[in-house]
Design a protein around this ligand. Structure first.
Ligand code: CO8
Length: 214
C-alpha cells in the first residue's frame, strides 16, 4: 500500500512571488550599484504624524484592541520615529514583551517608510537582533530609515530603544522591502476585507488601506 502522504494532492504554487518558490538569497547589504533613497516632495513634513494606513493593521490600526497602536512620525530625511508601549497582552515570558511582537513593532515602523518615498512595498526579509529584555509598560522608542534602493529592493534599518529616545538599544533590525503594485493586495487579500476596504465611503481611508498614492 502507498504511504498516506502519496494520496495528498500536490500543494499549488504560491500566487505571488517567484521568491517563494526558490528561497531568495538576497543579502541585507545593498549592492554597490544601489542608490541613496529620495524623500518624496509630498512626503509628510518632519514631525508630522503618518497615521495608520489601515485601521485593522495589527501594527498601527486603531481598530485592533490588542494591536500595537503604533504612531509614527516623519523624520527630516527618509526616516521615521514611533513609540510602542508594551501592554500585558504583548507578553511572552512573564512580564516581558514577546519577541515576535517586538519584531512586529520594528516591521511596522519600517513599513511606514513607504510614506516618505511614496512607494508601496512589503517586507521581503527582516533580520532582528534582540539585545535587551523589554518589560511590560516599557515605551519602546523606535526609529527607522531607508539606507539604499536598488530596483524594487528597499534596504532599511530600525532600532528600538528603552528608557527614552536616547536610551540603550533593546532591539534592532535590518530589512529588505520589495516594491509591489496595488494588485499585490487586491489579488491576495481575503475577499471580505478587500471588498470592505474598497467600498469604504471615506476616500482617503480607502486609498490608504491599499497605500495608493501614499
Ligand atoms: C503596505 C504596508 C504595510 C506595512 C506593514 C508592515 C510590513 C509587512 O509586514 S508586509 C507583510 C509581510 N510581507 C509579505 O507578505 C510579502 C510576501 N512576499 C511576497 O509577496 C513576494 O515574495 C514579494 C512581493 C516580496 C516578492 O515577490 P516578486 O514581486 O515576485 O519579486 P521577485 O520578482 O521575485 O523579486 C524582485 C526582487 O526582490 C528580491 N526579493 C524577492 N523576495 C525577497 C526576499 N524575501 N528577501 C530579499 N529579497 C527578495 C529578488 O531577489 C529580486 O531582486 P533583483 O531585482 O535584484 O533580482
Amino acid at each position: 500500500m502507498r504511504p498516506a502522504w502519496h494520496a495528498d494532492p500536490p500543494v499549488p504554487p504560491a500566487a505571488v512571488g517567484s521568491g517563494l518558490v526558490t528561497a531568495p538569497k538576497t543579502s541585507l547589504v545593498p549592492p554597490a550599484e544601489a542608490v541613496p533613497p529620495v524623500r518624496h516632495p509630498d512626503a509628510p513634513a518632519p514631525g508630522e504624524p503618518i497615521g495608520s494606513h489601515y485601521d485593522q493593521c495589527f501594527g498601527c490600526g486603531s481598530g485592533q484592541p490588542h494591536g500595537l497602536q503604533l504612531a509614527a512620525r516623519a523624520g527630516d530625511g527618509v526616516n521615521v520615529t514611533a513609540e510602542f508601549t508594551v501592554r500585558p497582552e504583548h507578553q511572552g515570558a512573564p512580564g516581558l514583551a514577546h519577541g515576535g511582537v517586538l519584531a512586529t513593532a520594528l516591521d511596522d515602523t519600517l513599513g511606514s517608510l513607504n510614506w516618505l518615498m511614496h512607494v508601496i512595498s512589503v517586507t521581503g526579509r527582516l533580520e532582528t537582533d534582540f539585545l535587551r529584555p523589554v518589560p511590560v509598560d516599557t515605551v519602546l522608542h523606535l526609529d527607522a530609515e531607508v539606507t539604499a534602493v536598488h530596483g524594487r529592493k528597499i534596504y532599511c534599518t530600525a532600532t528600538g530603544r528603552i528608557g527614552g529616545p536616547e536610551g540603550p538599544v533593546a532591539v534592532r533590525a535590518d530589512a529588505v522591502f520589495i516594491e509591489v503594485k496595488i494588485e499585490h493586495f487586491v489579488n491576495n487579500g481575503r475577499p471580505e476585507e478587500i471588498q470592505a476596504a474598497m467600498s469604504d465611503p471615506d476616500q482617503v481611508r480607502r486609498a490608504r488601506a491599499f497605500e495608493v498614492n501614499p
